[in-house]
Design a protein around this ligand. Structure first.
Ligand SMILES: O=C(O)[C@H](O)[C@H](O)COP(=O)(O)O
Ligand SMILES: [Mg+2]
Length: 308
């Protein structure tokens, strides 16, 4: 049964019992560009207590560098690139280190600059993504668009993720690459999140976009690199031997049961679910012992508000 954090003693126990605090971003720290209450104060409180604070997001629309700019713009100070992990970075590392795709192969991207920039940083060339020629002005679908009629034989992988600039042309080209060469081009998904939390509403998530081209092409992704995949947890543990040797000193804080909470649980960490994103209190309380978070709270800032 999950414990709801509602008292100073409970908040103090959470802060005292862990050395590593791994934060999800969307729905925990912010909703879009709206910082949630007392996030900065809570992070400062943890840093003053010499806790290790890390960030793991499935949102592939931004690169790690772009997230550093977002943190700075929202007033979250002192975050370094090595403390930020995103599904765009995890996907690029998968292509480089696991798939071992040669650098002279190109990558078709259904997604935003986060995926493009992380792949470029590893020396890959991408097509698709934020290419301005793919923006369809008006309702005209250009059957004769060169990127649709002449597929690039040098494409060696397809990476799909969240995009707020989706259109029929981008979906159609992605599908062609997934069907090409007898469906042999590797299909990489950044994450499975079905919805995207925005202030007061749920929008279409990466997982729902990816499912569109998966269903149409009759394929499922060969790799899903974001949470709950343990690749980012393994990277974090490799950088933090104390967490690797004693995962129970870590706390994963997130807003989604099937990604954040599973990511923490499968990594051997305790978990705290906050109700500012995807999940509801009823949803949390309906979990059985195998999937219930260790704790839950109305919002992250409660740790600060209750403790102070
Ligand atoms: O649709 C998506 O991709 C997700 O809603 C979004 O990426 C979640 O980001 P996170 O909560 O992992 O920061
Ligand atoms: Mg989230």
């Amino acid at each position: 049964m999950s414990q709801k954090i509602t008292t100073k003693e409970q908040a103090k126990a959470v802060i005292d019992n862990y050395d590593y605090f791994i934060f999800d971003c969307d729905g925990v720290l912010w909703l879009g560009d709206h910082l949630l209450p007392h996030v900065c104060e809570t992070l400062d409180l943890l840093k003053e207590a010499n806790k290790t604070v890390l960030f793991v997001t499935n949102n592939s629309t931004k690169s790690r560098n772009a997230y550093l700019s977002k943190f700075d713009k929202l007033g979250v100070q002192g975050i370094t690139k090595s403390e930020v992990f995103g599904s765009s970075y995890a996907s690029a590392v998968y292509i480089d280190k696991i798939l071992k795709l040669p650098k002279d192969k190109k990558i078709w991207v259904l997604g935003e600059e986060g995926i493009e920039r992380e792949l470029h940083e590893l020396g890959y060339t991408t097509i698709g993504g934020t290419d301005p020629t793919l923006v369809e002005h008006g309702v005209h679908f250009d059957h004769d668009h060169p990127l649709l009629t002449e597929l690039d034989d040098n494409v060696g992988a397809v990476v799909t993720g969240l995009t707020f600039n989706l259109n029929y042309l981008k979906l159609s080209i992605t599908m062609q690459y997934l069907l090409k060469d007898n469906k042999s081009i590797p299909f990489i998904a950044t994450n499975i999140d079905s919805t995207f939390p925005m202030k007061g509403k749920l929008l279409i998530g990466a997982g729902s976009i990816i499912e569109t081209v998966a269903y149409a092409s009759g394929r499922q992704p060969d790799a899903i690199c974001g949470k709950p995949n343990q690749s980012m947890m393994n990277s974090i543990k490799a950088d933090n031997p104390g967490l690797s040797s004693k995962p129970s000193r870590g706390l994963m804080i997130g807003d989604r049961l099937n990604t954040d909470m599973k990511f923490g649980r499968d990594g051997g960490l305790d978990t705290l679910l906050v109700l500012t994103g995807i999940e509801t209190e009823q949803g949390v309380l309906s979990q059985d012992a195998s999937t219930a978070p260790t704790y839950y709270a109305d919002k992250l800032g409660d740790l600060y508000e209750l403790f102070k």
